[in-house]
Design a protein around this ligand. Structure first.
Ligand code: FES
Length: 74
């Protein structure tokens, strides 16, 4: 089984790498054939939602959150 990785880009989209199925709210699948990875918009301003079209660069979108550090092993 191949892993799927979702990486939150700084001030940008969610970069999804690996085999996934992406559907709309009706369950219709997006054609992702031939794509090794996709970028999902999280700024809400893309004209190609759910995909990123680069608008986050000009709309002032900011995302500085980071994953919490796991507690130290004892
Ligand atoms: S995150 Fe790139 S257009 Fe929204």
């Amino acid at each position: 089984m191949t892993d799927v990785t979702i990486k939150a880009r700084l001030d940008g989209p969610l970069l999804v790498t690996g085999p996934i199925v992406l559907t709309d709210h009706l369950g219709n699948q997006y054609d992702l054939s031939g794509k090794a990875n996709i970028a999902l918009c999280r700024c809400g301003q893309s004209q190609k939602r759910p995909f990123c079209d680069g608008t986050h660069k000009s709309c002032g979108f900011s995302s500085i959150e980071v994953a919490p550090t796991p507690p130290a092993a004892t």
